[in-house]
Design a protein around this ligand. Structure first.
Ligand SMILES: [Zn+2]
Length: 65
């Protein structure tokens, strides 16, 4: 049985957005855009997340220690 081309690349792309935490739960690395919906991830910036598609930006809560 032959594997479809591109199958591997798809799974690699998914691994980029998800990671397993120490507790063994799946953690989403990237936030999805509330405007564009599932599948559109927000770009991770130093102090904010932003959508390259619609321009939506979400500012991160600054943690003061
Ligand atoms: Zn968007």
């Amino acid at each position: 049985m032959k594997r479809a081309r591109g199958e591997r690349e798809v799974s690699v792309a998914i691994h980029k957005y998800y990671s397993v935490t120490e507790e063994g739960t799946l953690k989403r690395e990237r936030q999805t855009c509330p405007r564009c919906g599932t599948g559109v991830f927000l770009a991770n910036h130093k102090n904010r997340h932003s959508c390259g598609k619609c321009g939506y930006a979400e500012f991160k809560k600054t943690k003061k220690e």
